[in-house]
Design a protein around this ligand. Structure first.
Ligand SMILES: [Zn+2]
Length: 244
């Protein structure tokens, strides 16, 4: 849904710009330390306010990156700072502009997601956790040259109703309300991609049908909250009364 002047639905972070930039840098380092990305490839953006976002700079090693190196961009493509923004600023800008519920866009060249992306293959519902990305598949965006508007257009299409997509012959994109959520999703999707690659080596995985995936997606809506449906599970008290 596009933002509406009468119904602001941004959920903006309240920390200072440099604190947020420090979190962005930290997330990039984690991405590499966790094996989700290699070298200076990949990039991360985070919404700063209704019209601006932070985005990792172009071609700077994450270990050498400081919060002051993270430029600020607006939705028209103007940037402020001492380092040029990532060449992939277009898809970061377009996702943040079109999805008010999203504050973070995270892009990596992780091994198994990229392996599938090089086959121009998305991830089908071979495992119920596919629902973590918001639907019954994780799509692969059609190929376009890195940094182009065509790539950004393809990404928006593949992300429709989803929080993750693969990029043909390129990598993975995950989006979320926070850096933590987007990074957590990248771990999940990369794990699923690895499982799918391995399962394919041994045969053709049996897929879950649309009805079952619809049920899983509904269960995920309340997963981890007290609203999660389970009629047999009853809380008997806040404290264990057993005495030890
Ligand atoms: Zn890339």
């Amino acid at each position: 849904m596009p933002p509406s002047a009468s119904q602001p639905s941004f959920n903006l972070p309240t920390r200072s710009r440099l604190d947020l930039a420090a979190e962005v840098v930290e997330t990039c380092r984690k991405m590499n330390a966790m094996g989700l990305n290699q070298g200076p490839s990949g990039n991360v953006s985070m919404r700063l306010d209704e019209r601006h976002f932070l985005i990792t700079p172009s071609g700077l090693a994450y270990d050498a990156m400081r919060p002051e190196d993270v430029p600020v961009m607006d939705m028209a493509g103007q940037w402020f700072g001492r380092r040029r923004p990532s060449t992939e600023w277009r898809f970061h800008r377009d996702v943040l502009k079109s999805r008010v519920e999203t504050n973070v866009v995270l892009h990596t060249h992780s091994m198994f997601s990229t392996t599938l992306a090089c086959l121009r293959r998305g991830i089908p519902p071979f495992h119920y956790m596919i629902a973590v990305a918001g639907g019954d598949t994780i799509r692969c965006a059609s190929y376009a040259t890195f940094g182009t508007q065509a790539l950004s257009d393809n990404v928006l299409k593949a992300l429709e109703g989803r929080k993750a997509c693969l990029l043909a012959n390129h990598g993975l994109i995950c989006v979320g309300v926070s850096l933590e959520k987007a990074l957590g999703l990248a771990v999940e999707v990369e794990t699923l991609a690895g499982m799918y690659c391995r399962a394919r080596q041994h045969g053709i995985p049996r897929l879950l049908d649309h009805r079952e995936m619809t049920r899983i997606i509904e269960l995920f809506r309340t997963y981890g909250t007290p609203e999660f449906p389970d009629a047999e599970l009853k809380q008997a008290g806040d404290e264990w009364p057993g005495g030890r």
